[in-house]
Every structure is written in structure tokens, then in C-alpha cells.
Design a protein around this ligand. Structure first.
Ligand code: NAP
Length: 271
């Protein structure tokens, strides 16, 4: 069975509408991109469509020096929000962005300040994909006391999702796995909820799951020109599974757009 995310997106749209009422202008999002490849270009096209749909003034800047540009737009009063496109090129790392981006404009929730706040269970800007994973799980089941296994420990998905799911109030018991994990299938099978965020097309098949599990597929992989997840579609015959495309990715985009409005309103001290 496939998990519907339409309700979640509708709720985020409602939140955006009420945030919009507090703003008298179109908020500005600057997307910095370094040497975009085809998949980045395609992602930015979808960001353009969404920005238009939600009423956001989007400026895409092809950056030759990411740190200089971060400094520039951090200070620019007309810029409410900053996004940095992946994959990063020219020797820039996630840590560079985390260190340099202005936390108040950090709509992806990757700055040291925002990650640190999440550690102390304060969530204003948290990594959007992890936020989407949490929202989908909470919409599907009661998280409290559930065993959640996350495949993947990246800074943008696995690690923040683990922190958010185990925090007080959500109270899940979380296991995070990676390439050196032994007995991966057994650990995956022991879960009530499995989150796959590894970037390997169709890696999780029916041998990783039990009947009735909830499976969240974060993966976005291109195979023969088609987008496929980290989870084989056959898993949906025995589990509740998020679709790819149209699952985690769609919720992530809506959250990013919502965060642009949050940043603009937060700047006025109204949030
Ligand atoms: N839907 C969305 O909005 C969205 C957003 C972001 C990313 N994604 C997608 O989500 C996937 C993961 O992205 P990411 O940025 O988190 O990836 P990443 O930074 O490459 O991290 C992948 C993680 O998976 C682990 N891993 C890889 N192969 C594994 C294996 N065979 N067994 C166990 N663990 C394995 C790695 O372990 P090690 O740490 O040991 O290397 C690493 O922790 C990708 O397909 C990406 O395109 C989707």
C-alpha cells in the first residue's frame, strides 16, 4: 500500500497562507549553485515552478566563490532566505555552508546554530528532508515508543531525522545504520518503521522488511532516465510505503517554501 502525502502538503499550504497574511511583500530566496550538473538544473527548474506557485521571488545565482556569495547574501537586506544547491563542487564541503550561512536565512536548517538548536530539541529551521520524514511518519502512525531504523547517516537526512524522532515528545527508539553496519537486513527487519536514505536504487527489497511495516523511501536515483527510490516498489505489496516520486521529495519542497516565509517573518520578529 502506498502512503498518501497530500494531506501533509495541504497542511503546509495552509500554514503558508497564514504566514503570507503577515507579510506585505514577496519574500526573496537566493539559490546559490556551483557548476550545476543536469540533475541540479532539473531540481532548480522544479524550484522555479514551486517558487512561482507559492509567491516567492527566486533568484538563482551561479556562484564562482560560494563563501564570498554566502557572505554577500547573508548581509543583503533584500534577501530573506538562502539555499545552496547540491552536489557541491570545487572543494566546498557541507561544513563550509554550515559555518558561513546566516542561521536566520538558513531555510535548509544546516547551519551550526540551527543544527545545535535541534540538538537541544528546538526546531525552527531543521534539515527539510529530515523534517519531511518526521512529518510523514507522524501523519501515518503514533511515533511514541516505536522502533525506527534509519538506513544512512548523512548530515542532511539520517542524522537529523534520528535526533528529531528520538526527542522528548516524539519518543521513538532510533537505530542509525551505515556502510559498516553488520547484519543490516536483520536490523532493518526488526523495525516498526524503516527509513531508507542511502542513495542506492531499489536496494531495499522484500528481504529487508516484515509484513505491515511502515517504510519511508527518501532515495532519489535516476535509472534509465526514470526516478526511482532506494526501495523496491514490490515492498508496497506487504508494507505501507511512500512513493518515489511524489512522496518525501514533494513534502521536502513544500517545507522549503514554508521556511522561506518563516525566515521573512522571523526577520520582522513576528514569528
Ligand atoms: N527526497 C528528498 O527530498 C531528498 C533529499 C536529499 C537526498 N535525497 C536522496 O536520499 C538519498 C540519500 O541521500 P543523502 O544525501 O543522505 O546521501 P549520502 O550523503 O550519500 O549518505 C548516504 C548514507 O547511506 C549510507 N549507505 C550507502 N550505501 C549503503 C549500504 N549499502 N548499506 C548501508 N548504508 C549505506 C552511507 O554510509 P556511510 O556513512 O558509511 O558512507 C551514508 O551514511 C539519495 O538518493 C538522495 O538523492 C532525497
Amino acid at each position: 500500500m502506498l502512503i498518501e502525502v497530500k494531506n501533509i502538503i495541504d497542511k503546509i499550504k495552509t500554514e503558508i497562507s497564514s504566514l503570507k497574511e503577515k507579510l506585505s511583500y514577496e519574500p526573496k530566496l537566493v539559490s546559490l549553485v556551483v557548476e550545476p550538473d543536469e540533475s541540479t538544473k532539473s531540481y532548480l527548474n522544479s524550484q522555479k515552478r514551486n517558487a512561482k506557485k507559492y509567491g516567492i521571488n527566486l533568484e538563482i545565482i551561479e556562484s564562482s566563490d560560494l563563501i564570498d556569495d554566502l557572505r554577500k547574501y547573508n548581509e543583503d537586506d533584500s534577501t530573506d532566505a538562502i539555499f545552496v544547491a547540491r552536489p557541491l563542487k570545487k572543494g566546498f564541503t557541507e561544513l563550509d555552508i554550515a559555518q558561513y550561512i546566516n542561521p536566520e536565512k538558513d531555510v535548509e536548517g544546516v547551519s551550526l546554530y540551527n543544527i545545535g538548536s535541534m540538538f537541544y530539541e528546538k526546531e525552527l529551521f531543521v534539515p527539510c528532508t529530515a523534517d519531511a520524514v518526521v512529518k510523514i511518519i507522524e501523519d501515518t502512525t503514533d511515533v511514541k515508543g516505536k522502533n525506527i531504523v534509519i538506513l544512512g547517516r548523512s548530515t542532511t537526512v539520517g542524522k537529523p531525522a534520528a535526533l528529531m524522532l528520538q526527542r522528548h515528545g516524539r519518543d521513538a527508539t532510533v537505530t542509525v545504520t551505515h556502510t559498516k553496519t553488520k547484519n543490516l537486513k536483520e536490523i532493518a527487519k526488526s523495525a516498526d518503521i524503516l527509513v531508507a536514505a542511502i542513495g542506492k536504487a531499489n536496494f531495499v527489497d522484500r528481504t529487508f522488511v516484515r509484513n505491515g511495516m511502515i517504510v519511508i523511501d527518501v532515495g532519489i536515483n535516476v535509472v534509465d532516465g526514470m526516478i526511482v527510490g532506494d526501495v523496491d516498489k514490490g515492498v508496497s505489496e506487504i508494507c505501507q510505503l511512500t512513493p518515489v516520486p511524489g512522496g518525501v521529495g514533494s513534502v521536502t519542497t513544500a517545507i522549503l517554501m514554508r521556511n522561506v516565509f518563516r525566515a521573512a517573518i522571523n526577520k520582522k520578529g513576528d514569528l
